[in-house]
Every structure is written in structure tokens, then in C-alpha cells.
Design a protein around this ligand. Structure first.
Ligand code: FAD
Length: 402
């Protein structure tokens, strides 16, 4: 089966592809000045995000004054497909563009939109997302970082963890407990905290894939004083924003997963014959069967993504998003493992990554073993696989809560 789009959507795609060819930064330019973390904005990234904003290609579904062109949902879908194929990130601060800016546009004051959201969209500022804590990850509502309102200011104490890009970010979109007496979902607020504020300490957490470019951090807050006007939305109503923020993150994540799966399986099918020639016939059969399974998973992920998207277009809810998140991230991990096994021991000889993952999406030169390690993050961030399975059990299958 071959899915096609209307002519008008294909014209939109062609216009964007032509614009990309004329304007995108070159791979050499990106490699020469790599992003050091997902909070770092190298010169090329600032220029590139600004150009996308000015020309209405940053978030095409939004109006021009917010970096878009009022594109339809289907146009946004083909836009994301082409962005992923071009292998150039829209920004090196994905949590700023994908979660913080849209949340501020939804809930922030006019002043916060002017001073925080628009600068992210114009590539001038970067943001980190302070949600997780040592005792609050999947169960975010258990967070205990405390903000006490004292006249016209908040005094904040506590600790965040896994805060991507915090070391280089300009400010944090910080989830705090503002009413410890209220039920746990009801006493949470979001406060904007400039990272330079006295009392903020950031400690990087090196990762296995590229320890020299740590992206994750612990953030400690000791008597951090922030003006009251940095409260986003209504006091104690942060939980609505937590759900809104994550919805922004989960919305179309499947498009990128689906394109990466397509690229990965094509690369494996191309390279496998020469590697399979080196193993016994029995092993060859077993590995070929696993490659075929990975191929089927790729097609299934694509169909599932389109099915959920179709439902959203018709105005329904799409619990398939949870299915897609769990299935596609696990399919990527399986595929990388199969590829590493097919390649055999030489997979371990691959050179270490040259640049941070947020600068260049995995490509031809990314070894299968690096891909494999990186996929673990996919099955945890934006809602771990087990949590997606809970959602599927309750909202898709209608099973009782455990
Ligand atoms: C690459 C990456 C980037 C991240 N960036 C950020 C960031 O910028 N800001 C931020 O705030 N956080 C960030 N996180 C943190 C992420 O949101 C958390 O890791 C995630 O919410 C899981 O929380 P946890 O690590 O505390 O694990 P836990 O919640 O402690 O879970 C541990 C294990 O138990 C399982 N589990 C937990 N509860 C249940 C349940 N009810 N039913 C079944 N199984 C369950 C989980 O699935 C998991 O396997 C990032 C994580 C990663 C991997």
C-alpha cells in the first residue's frame, strides 16, 4: 500500500524542500562549532533558528508572528518528515522550542511571552525543564522542591535531576511545590528562574556515550530568590501545565521515530549481505529472520503513526500516541541490537562520537553500538515505556487501574 498526499500538500513540501536546500547550515559548519549540550546555542544555531523564525518555517502550524505560516496539520506532518530527512535540527535547544516556549505561549503573561518565549523562538535564549527530582520522575506529582511566597518574591529550595542542558541554559521552567498542605497534584506551580540567580548550582552527570559532553545535570537550589511576576499561570495550578507541557513533547514524536526507523532499516538491508557472508548458514538464517522482523516493525510503526494522526485529524483522541511512543522507541533499540549482532565484533571498533547528539542526528557515520546505547534514553524520556503501557492498559484496553 502506498499512501499519498493531496497536490496542495505536495506543493507545500516542495516549497519547503527548496527553501531548506537554499538556507540550511552545512554539515561542515555544524561540525566546526558543535553544540556542547541541549542548552547551548552555537553561532550557526542562533542564526539558523532565527532564519527559520523569520521565514515562517520554525513552527509552521503557528501564525507568522510566532515563527509559522498557519500550516494545516497535514502540512505540519510533511514538514516534520522533511526536517528529519534533512538531518538538521531546528534548534540545539529542543526542550526550549518543543516544550517551554509552547507552554509559555499557552499559559504565560504577555511579558513572559516577550521576554522568554519569543527569544527562544528567535534563537536568542535557551531554556531547561526542571521537572524530575530524585524522588519524583514518573510520579512527577511527588515533587518536593519548595517555593515559599514571601511578599513580592518566591524563595526556592530543593533539587532537580536529569535536567537536560541546564549547564548552558539561560533560564529554567521550574516545577515547585507552593502548597504542601494541598493534595499532591494541587499544590504545584511553575516559576521561571534565570540560571545565573544566586543559589543555583548545576552539576553535570556524564553519560556513557559521550562523557565529555554531559547533557544531563543535577540542579541544586538554595534560597533562590525570584520575583513573584516569574510565576507562570495561576498559583498552585502547575499540574495542568505539566500535562500540557508533556503533550507538546509527545505530540508528533512518532514522525521522527518513524523516519529514523526507515533510514536505519534501509542502511541495515544495504549492509547486511556482506556481513552475513561471514557467518555459518544456520546463523545467517536466524539473523535474516530478525532483520525481517525489524523491517516489519518499521512498517508497523509507520502505519500506527498515520492511524493515530488520522484519528486526531478527525477530531478524536489518539491513545495510539502512547502505543507509538513505546513501540517505536523499543523498535529502534531492537533494530540497533540486530544490526550490531549482524555486523559482528567489528561493531566494537567504531570510533567514539565526535559531536554531541543534539547537534547532529544519528547518520551514516553513527555506529550501531552507539545507536544502541542512545536508544535507552528514548524508552525513558517523555514518559517511560512502562508508563506508556499503563496508559495503553487503562485508556486503550479499558483495564482497571492496578
Ligand atoms: C535523555 C533524558 C533526558 C531527560 N531530560 C529531562 C529534563 O530535561 N527535565 C526533566 O525534568 N527530566 C528529564 N528527564 C527525566 C525523565 O523525565 C525521567 O527519567 C522519567 O520521568 C522517569 O523518571 P525516573 O528516572 O525518576 O524513574 P522512575 O520514575 O523512578 O522509574 C523507574 C522505573 O520504574 C518504572 N515505573 C515507575 N512508575 C511506574 C508505574 N506506576 N508502573 C510501572 N512502572 C513504573 C519506570 O518506567 C522505570 O522503568 C530526562 C530523562 C532522559 C532519559
Amino acid at each position: 500500500m502506498r499512501l499519498t498526499f493531496d497536490d496542495s500538500v505536495e506543493r507545500f513540501r516542495a516549497e519547503f524542500v527548496a527553501w531548506l536546500a537554499d538556507n540550511r547550515p552545512s554539515e561542515e559548519e555544524i561540525r566546526a562549532d558543535p553544540a556542547l549540550s541541549s542548552g547551548h546555542l552555537p553561532v550557526w544555531a542562533k542564526r539558523w533558528t532565527r532564519r527559520m523564525f523569520d521565514d515562517g518555517w520554525l513552527v509552521p502550524g503557528w501564525p507568522p508572528e510566532r515563527g509559522g505560516r498557519n500550516a494545516s496539520p497535514t502540512e505540519q506532518l510533511v514538514y516534520l518528515e522533511e526536517m528529519e530527512r534533512a538531518r538538521v535540527p531546528r534548534t540545539t535547544n529542543p526542550q526550549g522550542l518543543g516544550i517551554v516556549a509552547p507552554s509559555l505561549l499557552d499559559y504565560g503573561s504577555q511579558e513572559q511571552i516577550e521576554n522568554y518565549a519569543l527569544p527562544i523562538l528567535r534563537g536568542e535564549k535557551s531554556a531547561c525543564l526542571g521537572m524530575s527530582e530524585p524522588g519524583a520522575g514518573s510520579d512527577l506529582a511527588s515533587l518536593s522542591t519548595r517555593a515559599v511566597l514571601d511578599g513580592d518574591r518566591f524563595v526556592i529550595n530543593g533539587q532537580k535531576v536529569w535536567t537536560s542542558g541546564a549547564r548552558h541554559s539561560d533560564f529554567c521552567f521550574l516545577f515547585c511545590r507552593t502548597d504542601p498542605e494541598a493534595p499532591k497534584h494541587k499544590g504545584i506551580s511553575v516559576i521561571l528562574v534565570d540560571m545565573e540567580t544566586p543559589g543555583m548550582t548545576v552539576r553535570p552527570l556524564p553519560e556513557i556515550v559521550a562523557p565529555e559532553y554531559p547533557d544531563l545535570n543535577e540542579v541544586f537550589l538554595t534560597d533562590v530568590v525570584v520575583p513573584k511576576q516569574n510565576l507562570v499561570g495561576t498559583l498552585n495550578d502547575g499540574w495542568a501545565m505539566a500535562n500540557g507541557s508533556l503533550a507538546h513533547e509527545r505530540g508528533m514524536v512518532w514522525v521522527s521515530s518513524s523516519i529514523v526507523l526507515d533510514d536505519d532499516i534501509s542502511r541495515l538491508v544495504r549492509d547486511a549481505p556482506s556481513w552475513l557472508g561471514r557467518v555459518s548458514e544456520a546463523e545467517r538464517h536466524a539473523l535474516a529472520e530478525r532483520i525481517a522482523d525489524a523491517y516489519i516493525d518499521t512498517a508497523a510503526a509507520r502505519c500506527m503513526g498515520y492511524r493515530g494522526f488520522g484519528k486526531l485529524l478527525r477530531g478524536g483522541s489518539a491513545p495510539e500516541q502512547a502505543l507509538m511512543k513505546a513501540f517505536a522507541s523499543e523498535a529502534r533499540r531492537n533494530l540497533a541490537m540486530v544490526a550490531a549482532e549482524v555486523q559482528g565484533p567489528e561493531v566494537l571498533e567504531a570510533s567514539p562520537p565526535a559531536v554531541h547528539a543534539t547537534t547532529l542526528v544519528p547518520d551514516e557515520n553513527t555506529s550501531w553500538i552507539e545507536q544502541y546505547f542512545r536508544t535507552f534514553a528514548l524508552t525513558i524520556s517523555a514518559g517511560a515505556s512502562e508508563i506508556q503501557r499503563n496508559i495503553i492498559a487503562e485508556r486503550v484496553l479499558g483495564l482497571p487501574r492496578s
